[in-house]
Design a protein around this ligand. Structure first.
Ligand code: HEM
Length: 391
């Protein structure tokens, strides 16, 4: 492999980025790619250090791995695109609504959604993406927010359209989807202002710190972020997890027989095939890493996907193993921006895998080819044909 030929934004790379990560970790751990002139950090230690150093590597210009034109994600005050002190304040406000109590209260409903979706999957061939990976997180977000299940089709559409905002310059369809989403939630906010309920939207309206409440723009951003940060990530985690086990029937059997392996399998899937592969930061000053000077104002890619395969940290990093006992992966990030939804995501992941283990004795790759989702941020599938057998 030739370092100068590596293009982090090409569909070739996105199909299977792991050989390129391995090459970069060894030969160019601080890699200046040529298409956009961004610097990529691929070693665990460098990614971890950059994520902890928000003063040098700021998020305020947006979390995308590529430089964003104005009007992209950087223009929306989502939590992941803010820096302290604004970030601390916003995160504390959002935390008021995103409580473990609110999430625990939904557990029973999440389980019934997952069981229903799994039991509706047919014997034999099916596509997991529309069958379970997409509808489960959408139903969960709708449940937690307290909105009608009948609006889920719209959620799905908006979610699929807005995720592109992280990855490429905004297109009219994406902006249209964000506008529809914002319009929808503004109407729900208005309803809750008039008659508050016991749901997350009402909690968000009530949340207050030092006399400050969320502004209209911050509320809009929160809903966009929930769909982008909460749906696409969890959807693709579920797909990646089941794809791995479909190729490892002995591990499927082991998980079925001993459900204590379920959380271990899920953490190892986060490490092995991280749903969020790459995000971005911007340098506030010139900084030298491994002899390479990154000038101030540069876009820096932090590669969670590569860090999680670093042999300095993980033995046999390219093997998926349930006996690893090491959960130091960076799949949920690190430092101040550590994933706010990790508790909810883990609950969804556990519930989905358990429901599928209950449903199928065996699960195998299907007869059609899977289709990769093409993104530098998210790793997963547009279509994942599988074959399930219950006896
Ligand atoms: C497997 C599923 C998920 C993965 C892999 C994941 C991954 C991540 C990562 C890597 C970050 C750090 C962003 C950064 O450093 O710039 C993050 C932040 C975030 N995630 Fe998740 N996430 C998942 C699920 C969820 C869910 C279900 C929600 C909410 C419903 C959520 C909400 C958030 C929020 C709000 C942030 C921003 C936190 C901040 O900037 O302070 N995530 N997530």
């Amino acid at each position: 492999m030739n370092t100068s030929e590596i293009d982090l934004f090409s569909s070739n790379f996105q199909e299977d980025p792991y050989p390129a990560y391995s090459h970069l970790r060894q030969h160019a751990p601080v890699f200046r790619e040529s298409r956009y002139g961004v610097y990529a950090l691929t070693r665990f230690g460098d990614v971890d250090a950059a994520l902890r150093d928000h003063e040098t590597f700021r998020s305020g210009a947006g979390p995308s791995p590529m430089p964003m034109p104005s009007g992209g994600m950087g223009a929306i005050p989502i939590l992941a695109a803010t820096d302290p002190p604004h970030h601390d304040q916003l995160r504390a406000l959002v935390n008021h609504a995103f409580t473990p109590r609110r999430i625990a209260a939904s557990e029973g409903r999440i389980q019934s959604f997952a069981q229903k979706l799994a039991s509706d999957l047919p014997e034999g061939d099916f596509d997991l993406v529309p069958g379970l990976s997409v509808p489960l997180p959408v139903a969960v977000i709708a449940e937690i927010l307290g909105v009608d299940a009948s609006d889920q089709e719209d959620f799905r559409r908006w979610s699929a359209a807005t995720v592109g905002l992280m990855d490429r310059p905004p297109e009219p369809a994406m902006m249209q989807a964000s506008a529809e989403l914002v319009g929808y939630f503004r109407a729900r906010l208005e309803e809750r202002r008039k008659s508050p309920r016991d749901d997350m939207i009402s909690d968000l309206l009530r949340a207050e710190i030092d006399g400050r409440r969320l502004t209209e723009a911050e509320l809009d951003a929160f809903f966009i972020m929930l769909l982008v940060a909460g749906n696409e990530t969890t959807t693709n985690w579920i797909s990646n997890q089941i794809n791995i086990l479909a190729h490892r029937p002995e591990l499927w059997k082991a998980c079925r027989e001993d459900r204590r392996l379920v959380p271990i399998a899920l953490e190892e899937a986060l490490r092995f095939d991280a749903p969020v592969q790459n995000l971005g930061r911007e340098t506030t000053r010139s900084v030298e890493i491994k002899g390479v000077t990154i000038p101030a104002g540069s876009r820096v890619v932090v590669s969670f996907g590569s860090a999680n395969r670093d042999p300095e940290i993980f033995d046999e990093p390219d093997s998926y193993r349930l006996d690893r006992g090491d959960f130091r992966h960076l799949a949920f990030g690190q430092g101040r921006h550590f994933c706010l939804g990790s508790g909810l995501a883990r609950l969804e992941g556990r519930t989905a895998l358990n429901a599928l283990l209950d449903r199928f004795e065996r699960i195998e790759p299907g007869s059609k080819e899977p289709q990769r989702l093409h993104s530098t941020v998210i790793r997963g599938f547009d279509a994942l044909p599988l074959c399930g057998r219950s006896a």
